[in-house]
Design a protein around this ligand. Structure first.
Ligand code: 1GP
Length: 237
């Protein structure tokens, strides 16, 4: 079996940047999947993330089974809540919303997920998830009923990321929110990546190849693209 986390660590060590395409199951139909996956297979993507803030988990297994038939890229669940778990995926970013102070997303949803997770062989990758203010209310903010961290206070964000690492998170994810007006500031990416040793994921509001490159150059180990690819399947051409 693949060890996805070891592969991410190896990529970080070798400075090979990783690119994940985020698919929101709410916006996916079985019919649209084939064309979409062809585009993903010919893109520079290294991972597929599947999840959304408000999706209820229905037809997730079916979608992932179809995805797996059509691509060899690793599929990681990126769950908005404890119902978004499918044994068909390869792994799960087991998220802790470190920016918020709502116990439901710090521990309760994780407790609820355990009986489901125990029935799977998913690789579970503990991920500190940090929501950053990005110009308007994000779905994560709305659903989790938490406030994002100040985009002008990189020191506090870096301190939060470090706390996540010390707690035992194996990845840190800086999130501006899907479709964010403003992506994560580059100086924040730089500050966080210097403060932590675990790999850093950055996503939300990145709409151009330059935006991806800038995030990589600032210190992101993995960049996540959702909306830009959703709106234009030729984004990577
Ligand atoms: C959202 O970070 C991801 O959780 C991707 O955001 O849809 O803005 O690319 P976008």
């Amino acid at each position: 079996m693949r060890d996805l986390y070891q592969e991410i660590l190896k990529a970080q060590y070798q400075k090979q940047k990783l690119l994940a395409i985020l698919l929101d199951p709410d916006k996916l139909t079985v019919d649209s999947l084939a064309g979409l996956v062809n585009k993903i297979n010919s893109s520079p993507a290294t991972h597929i993330l599947v999840g959304g803030s408000s999706f209820d988990g229905n037809h997730l297994c079916e979608l992932i089974t179809l995805l797996k038939e059509k691509t060899s890229l690793p599929i990681l669940l990126f769950p908005g809540n404890s119902t978004q778990i499918s044994a068909e995926a390869d792994g799960i970013l087991f998220l802790q919303l470190l920016s918020g102070r709502n116990a439901e997303y710090l521990i309760e949803q994780q407790v609820m997920a355990v009986p489901l997770l125990e029935k799977t062989n998913l690789e579970i990758i503990s991920t500190g998830y940090i929501l950053i203010e990005s110009g308007s209310e994000s779905a994560v903010e709305r659903v989790s009923k938490t406030k994002p961290l100040d985009r002008n206070n990189s020191d506090y964000v870096a301190q939060t990321a470090k706390a996540g690492e010390l707690i035992g998170n194996k990845l840190i994810y800086l999130e501006a929110g899907s479709g964010a007006k403003k992506a994560i500031p580059l100086d924040m990416i730089a500050k966080v990546s210097k403060r932590i040793t675990v790999p850093l994921i950055v996503g939300g509001g990145i709409r151009s190849k330059k935006g991806i490159e800038d995030a990589f150059n600032a210190g992101a180990d993995m960049v996540v693209i959702g909306t830009a690819f959703e709106n234009d399947l030729n984004f990577f051409d």
